[in-house]
Design a protein around this ligand. Structure first.
Ligand SMILES: Nc1ncnc2c1ncn2[C@@H]1O[C@H](COP(=O)(O)OP(=O)(O)OP(=O)(O)O)[C@@H](O)[C@H]1O
Length: 379
C-alpha cells in the first residue's frame, strides 16, 4: 500500500512540482498517473523510492513512513521500471534479470533459475533470449526484460515510469495486454506513469489525472471517461471518450437478451416462437443457432443448426463485444459464464450494447448527484 499525505515538492526555483498531494494506492491495486508533460508525475513517483525527497508531507509504503527508512533498504521492496530500461549492456539477458536477487544474497544458480522463470512469465523464451545481450533484442523485448528484472526480487510495490513509451503502438498494445495478464497473477501494488490516456484507461484500476502539480480527478477509468470532474479533465480525456468508455464498461448479465433455447438432439418444434433460437449441445455448451425458416422445415435440430463462433465471457468489455460482432459480421453475440463451465447466459445485440453504454453513463451521473447531495448535506 502507498499513501501520500499532503505531499509538496518544491525544486530550488521555488515553484511546486507537486502541490499538497494526498492519495492512496491499495494493496494489489494498479493506479495510473496520467497528465501532460511537466505536471509532476515523475516527481511523484521518484518520491516513493526516495530518489527525490518531498519538501513537505508524509509518504507511507506498507504502513511505514519512508522518511525514516534507509533508502537502499526501501528500494529493495520497490521494483522500478523506466522507459530507457537501463539494462547492463555487457551482461546477458539472464544475468541482467538475476542481478538483483544475486546482490541480495541468493546463490547464483538459484538466482539464474528464478530469472529464467521470470523471463517466461514476461513472454520471453529463456532458451532463445537468455544468453543474448541487450543490443541483440528488439525494443519491446528489452522492455520485457526490464519488467522481469523489476520483479526479480519479488517486491510488493512496482513503480513504472512510461515503461512502454519507446515502442510502436502495436507492440505497445501487446505489452500492455501481457502486463495485465502478468499483474492478474502477481498482484503487485503498482504506480504507473503515462501521458497516454488510452494506456491509463486500459491498465488502471483507478486513474489519477494530473493538472499542474495536482490531481484533478482520482477515479475508476469508467468514471473519469463518463463523468469528468472538470472541464480540464473532459478536455484531457478527449471528445471520443464515448468510444474509450466502451473499453472499460463490462458486459453484465442484466444487459443480455434471452432468446429461445433448443438442444442439438431435440426434435424441431415447427414454431420456434421467435425469429431464431440458440442451440446448445448435450452438455449445455454453445453450439450455434437455428432460424425460424429452418425450423419450419422440420426434422432434428442437429440437421439444421449452424455453428456460432461469436461469443465472449461475461465481464468482457463492450468494446470487445462490438469488435466481435464486426469480426464475425454477426447481429448478436453469445455471452457465456466462464465461472460455470462456459454456461450460456444470453445474447448481446447492438441495441442492448447501446443500452448498456447508457446504463453505465447514467450510473455515474447518479453517483455524482449523490456525492453532490452529500456534500450539500454536510455543508
Ligand atoms: N531537478 C529539477 N529541478 C528543477 N525543476 C525540476 C526538476 N525536475 C523536474 N522539475 C520541474 O518540475 C515539474 C514536474 O516535472 P516532472 O518530471 O515530475 O513532470 P512529468 O509530469 O513527469 O513530465 P514528463 O511527462 O515530461 O516526464 C516540471 O515543471 C519540471 O520542469
Amino acid at each position: 500500500m502507498i499513501r501520500f499525505e499532503h505531499v509538496t515538492k518544491r525544486y530550488p526555483d521555488g515553484t511546486p512540482a507537486v502541490d499538497d498531494l494526498s492519495f492512496e494506492v491499495a494493496e494489489g491495486e494498479l493506479v495510473t498517473l496520467v497528465g501532460p508533460s511537466g505536471c509532476g508525475k515523475t516527481t511523484t513517483m521518484k518520491m516513493v523510492n526516495r530518489l527525490i525527497d518531498p519538501t513537505e508531507g508524509r509518504i507511507e509504503v506498507d504502513g511505514r513512513d519512508i522518511a525514516a527508512e534507509d533508502p537502499v533498504e526501501l528500494r529493495r521492496r520497490i521494483g522500478y521500471v523506466i522507459q530507457q530500461v537501463g539494462l547492463f549492456p555487457h551482461r546477458t539477458v539472464l544475468d541482467n534479470t538475476a542481478t538483483v536477487p544475486h546482490l541480495l544474497g541468493v546463490k547464483r544458480g538459484s538466482a539464474r533459475a528464478r530469472a529464467a522463470e521470470l523471463l517466461e512469465l514476461v513472454g520471453l523464451d529463456p532458451a532463445v533470449h537468455g544468453d543474448r545481450y541487450p543490443h541483440q533484442l528488439s525494443g519491446g523485448q528489452r522492455q520485457r526484460v526490464g519488467v522481469a528484472r523489476a520483479l526479480a526480487a519479488d517486491p510488493p510495490v512496482l513503480l513504472m515510469d512510461e515503461p512502454f513509451g519507446a515502442v510502436d503502438p502495436v507492440v505497445r498494445e501487446h505489452l500492455q495486454n501481457e502486463f495485465l495478464r502478468l499483474q492478474s497473477e502477481v498482484r503487485k501494488t503498482v504506480l504507473f506513469v503515462t501521458h497516454d490516456i488510452e494506456e491509463a484507461v486500459r491498465l488502471g484500476d483507478r486513474i489519477a489525472v494530473y493538472g499542474e502539480g495536482r490531481i484533478e480527478q482520482f477515479d475508476a477509468p469508467a468514471t473519469v471517461l463518463g463523468a469528468p470532474a472538470s472541464p480540464y479533465v473532459a478536455d484531457f480525456v478527449g471528445a471520443d471518450r464515448g468510444l474509450k468508455r466502451l473499453s472499460v464498461t463490462p458486459i453484465e448479465p442484466g444487459d443480455l437478451q434471452t432468446p429461445p433455447v433448443v438442444h442439438l438432439d431435440d426434435t424441431l418444434p415447427r414454431d420456434l416462437g421467435a425469429r431464431w433460437a440458440v442451440v446448445l449441445d448435450g452438455d449445455d455448451q454453445l453450439h450455434g443457432w437455428i432460424s425460424a425458416e429452418q425450423a419450419a422445415l422440420g426434422g432434428s435440430v442437429r440437421e439444421h443448426a449452424r455453428r456460432m463462433e461469436a461469443w465472449l465471457p461475461v465481464g468482457a468489455s463492450l468494446k470487445q463485444a462490438f469488435a466481435t460482432m464486426l469480426q464475425h459480421d454477426a447481429g448478436w453475440i453469445a455471452v457465456l459464464d466462464p465461472a460455470a463451465r462456459n454456461r450460456f447466459l444470453g445474447v448481446l445485440t447492438p441495441a442492448r450494447l447501446h443500452e448498456a453504454l447508457r446504463r453505465s453513463t447514467a450510473a455515474d451521473a447518479q453517483a455524482i448527484a449523490r456525492a453532490e447531495a452529500d456534500i450539500q448535506t454536510v455543508g
